[in-house]
Design a protein around this ligand. Structure first.
Ligand code: ADP
Length: 258
């Protein structure tokens, strides 16, 4: 917490002022440290794909490789380029959240229709991993929300459910209307999140297992963006998880109508 608080007691006004300046300096230190860590993470995340791209481009360019090897390296170059462009887009979104210039464009959404479309889009990926996706939502439920951003929220959560679960497991997306609130849960029975990591998973660039998740293609920004997007919709998101049992993300959105 780095909110500025002025001391109420002090020997005299000068003493108060000195104390306030001391506090401010401490808070600035904290912010500078956080900012530097963020910048270090950004440059690391940008440099890694660039190193691959440069390295493999060099090889394909200089060596006379057989066609199949060329294809393999070009595939990696393409993958890393995609990773870079996703990362840059995510950083751009985060910058807009920080500057309060992020805009959402709300429309009236038929929630079950919206989820059905998303389910159809995602089902092949689940099937390919021999996993099951179960979507439950009452019909004729409407909400004012930004459909593109809403989709981004659920794609992120479902993608994570897929990435961090074993073959043959099941993921549930359940929607319930309680008063005018929508209670949405995304539940998987995957590997779960250790208790000590749980408070950090919405932080930028935070990954539970650094080496493993990189291989899975995540940037560590997904949940940080999901949280911002939920807040931009005036909603709340919480997480519950048990290692080796599963994870549940719960979102509450206001203003649902029938
Ligand atoms: P990433 O791009 O690494 O997936 P996220 O911000 O989406 O980054 O998630 C942060 C971390 O939280 C992940 O690296 C992973 O360790 C953990 N995590 C997120 N969702 C799940 C889940 N459904 N099951 C287990 N771990 C998860």
């Amino acid at each position: 917490d780095y909110s500025v608080s002025l001391p109420k007691t002090g020997k005299d006004e000068l003493g108060d002022l000195a104390h306030s300046i001391h506090l401010l300096a401490h808070q600035l230190d904290y912010l500078t440290k956080e900012r530097n860590e963020f910048l270090a993470s950004i440059s690391h995340e940008l440099r890694t794909p660039l190193t691959y791209i440069k390295g493999y481009t060099d090889i394909v360019h200089k060596r006379n490789l057989p066609r199949d090897e060329q294809e393999k390296y070009l595939g990696i170059i393409l993958e890393e380029t995609t990773r870079l462009s996703i990362l840059i887009k995510e950083l751009f979104d985060l910058a807009k959240f920080d500057q309060n210039t992020f805009v959402i464009q709300k429309k009236r959404i038929d929630f079950s229709e919206f989820l059905l479309k998303m389910e159809q889009k995602l089902l092949p990926a689940f099937i390919e991993k021999n996993m099951n996706l179960q979507v439950t939502c009452p019909p004729h439920l409407f909400l004012m929300a930004d459909p593109i951003r809403l989709e981004q929220i659920f794609l992120n959560l479902l993608d994570n459910a897929m990435k961090y679960s074993q073959h043959g497991t099941r993921t549930d997306l359940k929607v319930e209307k309680k008063g005018t609130n929508l209670h949405i849960t995304v539940t998987d029975n995957g590997k779960g999140i250790p208790e000590t990591d749980l408070p950090h998973i919405f932080s930028r660039f935070y990954r539970v297992d650094k080496s493993r998740t990189r291989a899975l293609g995540g940037s560590g920004l997904g949940l940080a963006i999901v949280k911002e997007l939920v807040h931009a919709h005036d909603g709340k998101i919480t997480v519950n998880s048990k290692e080796n049992i599963g994870t549940e993300f719960a979102i509450i959105l206001k203003g649902a109508t029938e």
